[in-house]
Structures are given as C-alpha cells and as structure tokens.
Design a protein around this ligand. Structure first.
Ligand code: NAP
Length: 163
C-alpha cells in the first residue's frame, strides 16, 4: 500500500479538519497519482471534501465505527481488519492511504511507499503525520527540485520502506 500526504516542516497536516494550505500543483500531483486507483480514508477526511463527497474516478474506501454510515459511491469498512480484507481485491501498489491523522498512523505499518509533499513552513496545526526522517525503516529514494507557490517553498519527496 502507498501513503500520500502533504506535510509542513514539523510534519503537521491539518487544523480544524482542514488542510493547512492548498497548493494547486500538489492537488494536481495527488489527482494524477491516485486517479483510477483505490483511496482509503477516515470518515473525517471524507467529510472535509467539497460537499463531503467521495473522490471521482477512484474507488473510495472509508473507515468509520458507525454501522449505519452510508455514502453513495463509497465502500464503507468498520475496522482495520475489514479494510485489510477489502483491499486484498486490488494490487497493493494501486491502493493509497490518503489520511487523515488517525488513519495514517494506523496504516503506516502496512505501507511501503510514501509520497510526501514537504512544505517548508511551520503552520499552527492539530493533526500530524509520523516523522519519517526519524524512522530508520524509511529512506528518501527520490526528491524533486524545490518548487514555489507564491512565497511558499515545497518539494515532492518519495520515501520507501527499507526494512
Ligand atoms: N495534509 C494531508 O495530506 C491530509 C490528508 C488527509 C487529511 N488531512 C487532515 O487530517 C485531519 C483529519 O484527521 P483525523 O485523524 O481527525 O480524521 P480521519 O483520520 O480522517 O478520520 C477519523 C475517523 O475515521 C474513523 N476511523 C479511524 N480509524 C478507524 C478504525 N480503526 N476503525 C473504524 N473507524 C475508524 C473514525 O470515524 P467515526 O468517528 O465515524 O467512527 C474516526 O473518527 C484534517 O485536518 C484533514 O484536513 C490532511
């Protein structure tokens, strides 16, 4: 399974159930990377999307503990075990964990590639991604040139599990 995230320089990823910043080129990369694939997310991340709707042209799988939760055009699972069973139907390289905080933390052990958009700024935040630079099992294997969006600097960094 892959993981895809945009994190600031402190590995912050969100505040008040919103992204910290929306960078058009990052949104485009996310769309290109995940279109036609399977995206796995927590219920709060789904509800943070425009109108709370699943992402188009992707198989959406949503985790919630609520047995009555239903969303048109999304597969609902209620435990990590149920999720792992569901994703067996797809090649693991086509499955992307797209957040948020709680789901990233639970699924990181099952992931072996992480696509991180690293934003060189420290935002006020309440959601974080694990610091891959402090985890010996993760290594940077590719990194884009520095990109800019107005005065913001960021880069696309690929991490791979090495152990
Ligand atoms: N920067 C990025 O790339 C990025 C990407 C995605 C999200 N985010 C940010 O992350 C933040 C949201 O993170 P979050 O942790 O608050 O929410 P979340 O992970 O999106 O959703 C949490 C919800 O998922 C369900 N869930 C999680 N684990 C489960 C399990 N093992 N079994 C059953 N259900 C489970 C629960 O739903 P129920 O309460 O319904 O039971 C839980 O309340 C927002 O600020 C968002 O903008 C950032």
């Amino acid at each position: 399974m892959n993981i895809i995230v945009a994190a600031d320089k402190n590995w912050a990823i969100g505040k008040d159930n919103k992204l910290l910043v929306s960078i058009p080129a990052d949104m485009k990369m996310f769309r290109q990377e995940t279109t036609g694939k399977v995206v796995v997310m927590g219920r709060k991340t789904l509800e943070s999307f425009p109108n709370g709707l699943p992402l188009k042209n992707r198989t959406n799988i949503v985790l919630t503990g609520n047995k009555n939760y239903k969303v048109k055009d999304a597969i609902i699972v209620h435990t990590i075990e149920e999720l792992l069973e569901e994703i067996k139907k797809y090649p693991s390289e086509e499955v992307y964990c797209i957040g948020g905080d709680s789901v990233y933390k639970q699924l990181l052990p099952y992931c072996d590639i992480a696509h991180v958009t690293k934003i060189d700024f420290g935002y006020e935040a309440d959601s974080y991604f694990p610091n891959l630079d402090e985890m010996p099992e993760w290594e940077i294997t590719a990194e884009s040139d520095e990109q800019t969006y107005f005065d913001l600097e960021y880069s696309f960094v690929k991490y791979e599990r090495v152990k």
